[in-house]
Design a protein around this ligand. Sequence first.
Ligand code: TYD
Length: 218
Amino acid sequence: MSDAQERKALLGPYVTLDGPDGCGKSSQASALAAWLAEEDVDVVHVREPGSTPVGEALRDLLLSNATGDLQPITEVLLFSAARAELMQRVIAPARARGAVVVAERCYLSTAVYQILATENPQPGVLDIRWFEDLTRRVHGACLPDAIFVLDVSADVSMQRRGNRVDDRIEARGEAYHRRVRDGYLLAAEREPRAHVFDSAKPFDVVQEQLRAVIRSLL
Ligand code: TYD
């Protein structure tokens, strides 16, 4: 094994749960974190944007209806800034001590919500290759081992959100959320770390499928 391979082998696994609003990722992530803690595994559960002081402040700004419209590129930069803080301050140190990191969302959310689902993007401004380069700089060597994409149709996701008050991004309407769902399926095909699960299935069935992947990484 090379030095780099040996260092990587010692890092704790980093898995993320991603998908459209209402796909069940927060409940699934909490159940995974509780299961790992019960198994006496050192586990760190985080969310994007958030889980650092700056990340939580950016979350409030990005999700508040009072913020109003932002340019898609502004959103890319703010979500990425929150991610950079989380990576350097929380995720990389947790992995270095061998902890398992369970994260809600990752760069795939930005690729989908801000780039693929944006209608009529300004040419030359939002470019997936530019975003991939930015993301490489944000993550450095600390990349997820697995990205669980919890797939649900826009109808199921709207039903699950029920009567909750929509935040600034949830409020973008049905057509946008259909593009989000399609965007995830497209992005997952291009993303070697992605595993797509049918999240319309019963909670426990999906949970068991996620645990099986995590077991293979431990
Ligand atoms: P979410 O994580 O789904 O939290 P909650 O379950 O409390 O609604 O909310 C985050 C929102 O931010 C969600 O609508 C997706 C959006 N988002 C982006 O648009 N781009 C991103 O890069 C990330 C991380 C999230």
